[in-house]
Design a binder for this molecule. Sequence first.
Ligand code: NAD
Ligand code: UGA
Length: 476
Amino acid sequence: MNFRKISYQIKKICCIGAGYVGGPTMAVLADRCKDIKVTLVDINQERINAWNDEDLKKLPVYEPGLKEIIKRNRNKNLFFSCEIAKTIKEADMVFISVNTPTKTSGFGAGYASDLKWVESSARQVADFSSGHTIVVEKSTVPVRTAELIQNILNDSEEISTNSQNKKSYSVLSSPEFLAEGTAINDLENPDRVLIGGEDNDAMESLSSIYEKWIPAEKILFTNVWSSELSKLTANAFLAQRLSSINAISALCEATGAEIKEVSNAIGSDKRIGERFLDAGPGFGGSCFQKDILNLVYLCQYYGLEKVSKYWEQVLTVNNWQKERIASLVVEKLFGTVTNKKIALFGFSFKANTNDTRESPSISISKDLLANGANLMINDPQVSPFQIEKELCIKESRTFSDMQGCWSFSENLNECVKDADAIIIMTAWDEYRKLDFKEFSKLMRKPSWVFDTRKIISKNSLNGTGIKFWQVGMGSI
Ligand code: NAD
Ligand code: UGA
């Protein structure tokens, strides 16, 4: 396609949804396009207040490099607000970056994406916009969601035909591929950006914004449905690699092979590639599971039973990896963890984020708590309040007379004191160089370290007497 003319000059952008995607994405956009006023709106006043907090440590999203960008641009051309109507009215372009979690009730519950927040965003645009508005779907959605948005907007367009405030719209899909923990780098140097649509002028306008910092050859133009489906497919392929390597990690443990040696060997084949081959406790995060469930649902909807079953296996293996790790911890601790103290290091779903959604730490903690273990949890960025929300069990202060309780400590020595085991759940840098000599003096014997992330060197345990289990480490 050959676009050159830019028909729509974009001066004001509104982003609906100031979450893990909206926040960093718009911060980078504002940083790179000083001539555009970017305003993020959200229905969650607390979140907006946190984005506006003077103390940058209180931003609602922890992401390396984010607070510096916020500091540079906030209240210059980057704003956070709850004034949804006013912001949409002024905007030439509106990004929809709201949550699309798995439905919990009704048709498709447990599989389909809940589109109620996307729909309410489209209705807000229909109600409050003025003139021509380019609407960009940034949320991850089932293929053909743009149709839903377009239908809502068409009605508003028709109604406004004879009014003074005549409205019109172009709907584009431009899904986001950032990964948490590396969001700023991913946004500043993306592998590619997708723009799906039919209106060439609108596509060119969006492209001209991205081109302020992204080379034009990395901007791919597709039809809307390909763009929507590419996002689901990319996540499904990435998650599939993780279930594949996690499945092989169990086989390594059973046979004496070593997962890192296997992943290095297979990853050096350029057709396979070396990235995304780290075995772990199972993937977490807000998207892989929900996007695959969504894909499974779509395949079922279109009568593709075998395809749907194929993708569902990625989730089956992921759940199995989490369960098998919890159960092997119990098994190694003489078949019972009742009233035993276990130190759990890391609660976020990966390092360098404060996000805990679908973190493997949640299900592994729940399994251990259900078996009567007492957990002492540490995480550099996740608050005890957040852990309490995820575990649905109140934090406890005493271990002595209770079983199945948990507590939080910032002090690693306090975590391991009298503990039977340490489980490393998240690959935070803080956990890469632990002093096991010191820990061994504090722990109850026999003591164990379970490294689900493969970040501990076996040598660092030499002379400590601590027993060691590591994901994918063959012991035969
Ligand atoms: P999030 O829950 O952190 O943020 C969504 C925000 O939208 C919330 O603050 C919510 O209050 C707000 N919201 C919902 N409805 C609204 C409305 N009608 N008006 C105003 N605000 C509204 O979610 P997220 O992690 O930022 O994800 C957003 C979308 O991006 C999802 O579809 C997700 O699949 C996709 N995505 C996420 C990531 C990621 O790393 N988190 C990466 C790529 C894509
Ligand atoms: C993922 C994708 O990587 C992004 O491209 C996508 O935009 C995003 O989902 C989304 O749509 O939300 P994210 O979930 O933030 O990003 O983080 P990842 O780095 O993909 O990690 C996901 C999970 O897999 C984490 O639990 C992580 O620890 C685990 N993982 C990742 C491994 O166990 N091994 C690996 O080699 C890589």
